[in-house]
Design a binder for this molecule. Structure first.
Ligand code: PMP
Length: 307
């Protein structure tokens, strides 16, 4: 049975079932891939599907490729156009998640990045919430975040998600919704697949990009919205673990996580234990922005369908 789903694979659009690799693929054996996670939001009022910050995601994909000696034969413009073309073929009338992946496709027993072949695949799936629930309970993970001199933390490298999966699994098996991971220096870095903000003295605080975090696109969007729309100052500085326990508010942010309030960390309530006011306003703003509802931010959203 074939579905009507597509992938762009080896330079052409094919039915998703045909986008297959061998078990010998280097990327499968050694985690040698780089990828992106992009969201498209269905706006029923406009009858339009909007891709959020498509260009920024493709620019980060190219940066990840550069770090990992991957040759991606498409420009950011071409990746942008391919994504729109894929989504038009899929004809989604619901929210979707878009996954471009560049990977070492050789069938050799060789652990290296140079003198290897790179493959590219792009596909999309219907997608709802990544972290279930309106507010979450988090724990500080016993796993440390990968350090930049061990594995590039600012690139979205497939193999790096072993660290994310270990932290997330530990959190889930211990009854929490998400993990907060400390860096090698013991300072707060981020979540398993999202960045983190806390609120102290009415200001948003997030770890700097030199703290072994992914340079999150949502993290930057949140900083902009907080300052420009809410007049809330944003400070980038190291965060101690115990600051998590005295924060007025805390939330995760990411393409998948969106703006996700944290109401408890390590069994201590965050602030009052209810969703904080700044967090709630940011979450509301964010969901309006990504769905193309605010004209001032429409330029961040790529409309997929032509009237
Ligand atoms: N950190 C990690 C480890 C992630 O996987 C993600 C999700 N891409 C983020 C942060 C958030 O990044 P973005 O806002 O660009 O999705």
């Amino acid at each position: 049975m074939t579905s009507n789903r597509f992938a762009f694979f080896n330079g052409e659009f094919v039915p998703i079932e045909q986008a297959q690799v061998s078990v010998m693929t280097a990327a499968l054996n050694y985690g040698l891939g780089v990828f992106e996670g992009i969201r498209a939001y269905w706006n029923a009022d406009d009858g339009q599907l909007y891709v959020f910050h498509l260009r920024e995601h493709m620019e980060r994909l190219r940066r990840s490729c550069n770090i990992m000696f991957m040759n991606l034969p498409y420009s950011v413009d071409e990746l942008y156009d391919l994504t729109v073309e894929l989504l038009r073929r899929e004809a989604f009338r619901e929210d979707a998640y878009i996954r471009p992946l560049v990977f070492k496709s050789d069938h050799t027993i060789a652990v290296r990045l140079n003198n290897m072949t790179d493959a590219f695949v792009l596909y999309a799936v219907p997608f709802g919430q990544y972290i279930p629930g309106t507010a979450v309970r988090a724990c500080v993970s016993s796993w440390r975040r990968i350090e930049d001199n061990i594995m590039p933390s600012r690139a979205k490298v497939s193999g790096g998600y072993v660290n994310s999966a270990l932290a997330k699994t530990e959190a889930l098996l211990n009854g929490y919704d998400e993990a907060i991971v400390l860096g090698g220096d013991g300072q707060v870095s981020e979540a398993s697949a999202a960045n983190l903000y806390i609120v102290r003295n009415g200001a948003l605080i997030t770890p700097p990009i030199t703290s072994d975090i992914l340079e999150g696109i949502t993290r930057r969007v949140v900083a902009h919205l907080a300052q420009a729309e809410l007049g809330v100052p944003v400070i980038e500085r190291p965060i101690d673990r115990t600051e998590l326990y005295v924060a007025e508010e805390a939330f995760f942010c990411g393409t998948g996580a969106e703006v996700k309030p944290i109401i408890e960390i390590d069994r201590r309530p965050v602030g009052s234990g209810a969703v904080g006011e700044i967090t709630a306003r940011l979450a509301e703003l964010y969901s309006a922005v990504v769905r193309g509802c605010l004209p001032a931010y429409r330029a961040w959203c790529t409309p997929v369908y032509i009237d």
